[in-house]
Ligand binder design. Sequence first.
Ligand SMILES: *Cc1c(COP(=O)(O)O)cnc(C)c1O
Length: 464
Amino acid sequence: MKYISTRGGVDPIGFQDAVMMGLARDGGLLLPETLPTISPATLNSWRNLPYQYLALEVLSLFIDDIPKLDLDGLIERSYAGFSHPQITPVRKVGDLYVMELFHGPTLAFKDVALQLLGNMFEYILERSGSVMNIIGATSGDTGSAAIYGVRGKKGINIFILHPDGRTSPIQALQMTTVVDPNVFNIAVRGTFDDAQAIVKGIFSDLEFKDRFHLGAINSINWARVLAQVVYYVFSYCKLWKTGAESVDFSVPTGNFGDIFAGYVAKQLLPEGCINRLILATNENDILNRFVNQGDYSTSGTVTPTSSPSMDIQIASNFERYLYYLRDENSGQVQADMEAFTSTGRLDLSEQRERVAKDFVARSVSEEETIQTIGDVYAKENYLLDPHTAVGFRAALELRDSKRPVICLSTAHPAKFGEAVKKAIHEDVELPESLTELQGKESRCETMDANAQQIKEYIRKHALS
Ligand SMILES: *Cc1c(COP(=O)(O)O)cnc(C)c1O
């Protein structure tokens, strides 16, 4: 399987090179040259596989430059730290199904992909005798999942900047209590935007970037999307055993990474297995407007909500879907993205019918989100985190009576305890993995939002 860029400027490369490249060199995103499909007979043979075995089958369709035995080892190690034997269990909540993706070390769905990505980085670097310094800024969640993905890994140092005092206390603890020698937490006196600007500045210094083999761990890495395809197939197989031939998925969406994995799964499985993907946004609704009106336009401002991991203005993975919507015409995609960059707007209204074959969408307000958490808790004694509640609410509004809906649950409710408390008027019980962070040893460097000083610090501690 070779990988190409949505913008056509990268000669086909193997999976390992695609993982190391991250963003395509021509500014586009990497995709498989052709999307694989499986037969009903193959699906039948997958029906009862445990998560890790299924992951090996699915990943093998996309990866031909890592021996199967090695890939098996990488998968085993990536999911050994999950607290549930099924990794991503599915349970019935009222009339809907909820797939819990939060049983990884940081209690958010990003662990599913970042645990695997960390192991893949280590594996590839070891074989090429190379090293990597990962630098990123976080407003809270992605940082801890990235740190847990690479802690203790050989050949990798990670530097994560977070705004001092502006993440939730639990989020800060989740990062700073990781004291492995390859992990460097930097609390920046300033906002998330300050931290982000510093990271961007560092990456734009190409000499520094090459010298220190800088790497990013953001959601545009193909390996992250691929890891997420697995749980769509896994949960489909689970429901299939209960007699469902066809299912819908509801996905709380920010950067379009998770739901794009659903799109890949839909193409992979035999026709009709996945009927529709319900795209749920919070009040930051650019993707909802795209699906319902064909209008992909940024409003320019982000509205803070109780589901902060979906507070985005531009969806960084959208270009991958656009490539298929444009019939794999990379010239057109390039033109589209240039137009979007200069005007902040893309008119895709002529594509609406095609989009509707795969997606329906709804934007869920703050009030509806809180109300949904309260209702589901009262009726079903089940706690949704605010991100999951956005998807759950959209599913309630958009489901049809013909098939079940699986709602992706992207975070443990205790991670967003304040918003949940607003809905249920009780404190949310913390799972043990969070309470035990309290008295733990921690390590963090607090620094001014001074790009030069932070760069100096990284230079001093980077692998080279
Ligand atoms: C990142 C995140 C999302 C959004 O996922 P995308 O792939 O960006 O669409 C939703 N919920 C939680 C809890 C997240 O951390």
